[in-house]
Design a binder for this molecule. Structure first.
Ligand code: GDP
Length: 535
């Protein structure tokens, strides 16, 4: 009986979770939109809080100086709030392309994504790259076209751009009336509701929408003026002929993106967007693991570490593992099996990420993200559970494309350097390699900007000064072979290009694509892999 009750509660709690990541090319308005979403979610009391928080963090860590200098967001964070009876987990992602590996991992922890596009710029380079990442997992995406208060491209042109540049059908669920100075508002195609735009700096809260009886309602002419109403009717007619009607099935399989229009900075279109996210976006889904797939509705708790961040809080020099709950219920103090190490850990100080502070968590459900402070036991890719042994799949290391040799300025700091690099590599942002023939450690990263972050963090968090100097390498592949003989032969012949990674795996480094192709061609019995599952 008790079990029945628990399963009922589990089903209900899982069904009301919405865990989504927000993605965009830098400057499209991701931070602004996040802030407004949190505002509607009641998670923050006042607009401006996020900027204030950013500024506060700058003061405490040199690492953040990069954020400030370059105007990019380096970390990804998690925020939890309630909206319309749903528990929303919003995951922020770094916008800069050099951090796309981090973004990939965040997306593996999310059930869907929200993509922000600047109406004047349309699809940008990083939007495309993010789309490629989403496609790897067929992540359902909702699109928000932002900055309608500015002159931008026409809505039809923007939809076409999404379809051409991203290879995904665009199905508008709202439609803008005018833009820039002439922006009147949006027509909600789902609810036949007209919402008037009002700039936020006028001090008024956005007016409630006006319900009209569809597009033929004469009230439209009164409300929008003859020209405005005719324009809207004309556009929607065009859409009916040319556009894609919204299909839940196509959205959920990542083939179609519903599109909304608005202006984040003016708080306009944001509530509709959030309503759509909780209405349309999927809750937790079954997840690939070995030896079998795990359903969110399984009684046993399971969770996946998708991100580790060291020194989040200068006062507590701990590391926080971000754990996505995949099934069951989490309780404070629960004993969890750490399957990679084959030992139990006790999660008595787990935290839930509220918008503004970390707070203790009593219980959490599938879809939620909890943070577990630890001293290095939890790495990216680790699987935790209260039940049978398992390993969640799909959190790989990506082969680095940039390499640096580490030169330690003060040789007495070798130990700190080792510790710093070990910890920072466990966060997954960089990987380190020991060349087989000796000669100093190599760092590898998918994006070159990671090296700046690492050098600054080594100095500020570990008190180690290093020079990171360029190398001739620009690609790496993990080696797998059925036959030990073949591998030994390759090691013997190519030892100058071989290294081991932090996990002791064999890696071959290349100086050009051409070299790589030639090598792969020559050693047919060996697999050269561009990714390796973490942990
Ligand atoms: P992010 O880099 O994607 O996080 O973008 P931000 O949220 O930092 O916004 C980039 C710039 O666009 C900032 O100057 C914002 O004030 C501005 N911005 C954001 N939303 C809007 C909008 O709806 N209208 C206009 N005109 N500007 C906006």
């Amino acid at each position: 009986m008790q079990n029945q009750l628990f399963l009922k509660e589990l089903t209900r709690e899982a069904a009301r979770r919405r865990t989504f990541a927000i993605i965009s090319h830098p400057d499209a308005g991701k931070t602004t939109l996040t802030e407004k979403l949190l505002l509607f979610g009641g998670a923050i009391a006042m607009a401006g809080a996020i900027k204030a928080k950013k500024a506060g963090r700058h003061a405490t860590s040199d690492w953040m100086a990069i954020e400030r200098e370059r105007g990019i967001s380096v970390t990804s964070s998690v925020m939890n709030f309630e909206f319309n009876g749903h528990a929303v987990n919003l995951l922020d992602t770094p916008g800069h392309q050099d951090f796309s590996e981090d973004t990939y991992r965040v997306l593996t922890a999310a059930d869907s994504a929200l993509m922000v596009i600047d109406s004047a710029k349309g699809v940008e380079t990083q939007t495309k790259k993010l789309m490629d990442v989403c496609r790897l997992r067929d992540t359902p995406i909702i699109t928000f076209i932002n900055k309608l208060d500015r002159e931008g491209r026409s809505p039809l042109e923007l939809l076409d751009d999404i379809e051409q540049s991203l290879g995904i059908e665009a199905a508008p669920l709202s439609w803008p009336i005018g833009m820039g100075k002439g922006f009147q508002g949006v027509y909600d195609l789902r609810q036949a509701r007209l919402r008037f735009f009002e700039a936020a700096d006028k001090g008024a809260r956005p007016r409630e929408g006006v319900i009209v009886q569809g597009l033929d309602d004469p009230a439209l002419d009164e409300l929008l003026g003859d020209a405005g109403a005719a324009g809207l009717r004309h556009d929607v007619e065009l859409l009916d002929g040319a556009g894609y009607p919204f299909s839940m099935e196509r959205y959920l399989t990542g083939k179609q993106t519903p599109v909304f229009f608005g202006s984040a900075i003016n708080n306009f279109g944001v509530r509709e967007l959030l309503e759509a996210v909780v209405d349309l976006a999927p809750g937790p889904r079954p997840r690939a693991a070995a030896p079998r797939e795990i359903s969110p509705l399984e009684e046993e708790f399971t969770g996946l570490v998708f991100k580790v961040q060291a020194n989040m809080d200068a006062a507590h020099r701990d590391r926080v593992a971000f754990v996505r709950i995949c099934s069951g219920r989490f309780n404070r103090g629960m004993k969890l099996r750490h399957h990679r190490l084959g030992k139990d850990i006790k999660a008595s100080n787990a935290i839930l990420f509220m918008a503004q502070e970390r707070s203790g968590v009593e219980e959490a459900w599938p879809g939620d993200i909890i943070g577990i402070p630890n001293h290095g036991t939890l790495n990216v890719g680790d699987s935790l559970s209260t039940g049978e042994p398992l390993k969640f799949l799909g959190i790989p290391h990506f082969a680095p494309e940039h390499f640096r040799r580490v030169l330690l300025k003060n040789p007495f700091k070798a130990k700190q350097l080792d510790k710093g690099l070990t910890q920072l590599s466990e966060e997954g942002a960089i990987q380190f390699f020991r060349p087989l023939n000796g000669g100093g450690m190599l760092l590898g990263a998918v994006g070159a900007l990671q090296f700046e972050v690492i050098a600054q963090r080594l100095a500020s968090e570990y008190d180690v000064d290093v020079d990171l100097v360029g190398t001739k390498f620009n690609a790496a592949r993990w080696l797998f072979a059925e036959s030990k003989e073949a591998l030994d032969k390759l090691v013997h012949e190519e030892s100058d290009a071989l290294a081991t990674d932090a996990g002791g795996h064999r890696v071959m480094l290349f100086t050009s694509d051409w070299m790589m192709e030639r090598t792969v061609e020559r050693w047919k019995s060996i697999r050269f892999e561009a990714t390796r599952e973490c942990a």
